[in-house]
Write a protein that binds this ligand. Structure first.
Ligand SMILES: [Zn+2]
Length: 217
């Protein structure tokens, strides 16, 4: 089996996404690129996360053509391949439906930077792109445009997407986004939350980027 280790890791993190509430049932998707071959390991379409194993993860090339795998790759594969093709600094793309981030996506309200560690990896307020049917190349183009050089993006009336240099860091960014949205929602019921100053967010993000360097695992 090609890329057995990376496929096992994608299956493991897909299960973690489900177990930690980032997605439910068969929602969401996850990919990771092998930096050496450039091949991409992506979750299969309509996967039951509880049953996923390394063999279920589909290997596609940079254009999304299946190289090895027994299932169809995620319907969002055009998005994964396009983002990975355009960003040399990322190797993973994760799409979630986490509840509080999705609430912000329904409100079209940016997720503000209120927590130091979350701000370090998110790098700035997380914007929402306009609603559009996902799964198409056109959607992938719009998402890439809206994401820019950022690490997180909300999809209007849909959910969230995060990108990162490794599976572990991407998973951590997804939780940083969800925790920020959740804590903001709680804090806003108690009073007026205080946002971190933009220059402090920039400083924290620069530190975060320097701390992982070129590490990809
Ligand atoms: Zn979705």
């Amino acid at each position: 089996m090609r890329l057995a280790t990376l496929r096992a890791e994608v299956a493991r993190y897909a299960k973690k996404m489900s177990a930690s509430g980032l997605v439910r049932a068969t929602q969401g998707n996850l990919s990771a690129r092998d930096p050496e071959s450039g091949l991409i390991c992506v979750t299969p379409s309509g996967a039951d996360y509880d049953l996923l194993s390394a063999e279920d993860i589909v290997v596609v090339d940079a254009e999304g053509a299946v190289v090895e795998g027994q299932w169809k790759p995620s319907l969002e594969t055009p998005l994964h391949t396009l983002l990975l093709g355009r960003r040399a600094d990322i190797h993973c793309v994760m799409h979630t439906h986490s509840l509080y981030a999705s609430a912000f996506a329904v409100l079209y309200q940016p997720v503000p930077m209120i927590l130091a560690e979350s701000a370090a990896c998110l790098g700035g307020p997380v914007p929402t792109m306009p609603y559009q049917e996902s799964g198409t190349l056109e959607f992938a183009e719009r998402a890439a445009e809206a994401l820019g050089q950022g690490h997180a993006l909300l999809w209007g009336n849909h959910g969230a997407m995060v990108v990162g240099p490794s599976l572990a860091l991407t998973y951590s960014i997804a939780h940083a986004l969800e925790d920020t949205a959740r804590i903001y929602a709680i804090a806003a019921q108690l009073g007026m939350p205080t946002e971190l100053p933009p220059d402090e967010v920039a400083r924290l993000h620069a530190w975060w980027k320097a701390s992982y360097g070129q590490r990809v695992n």
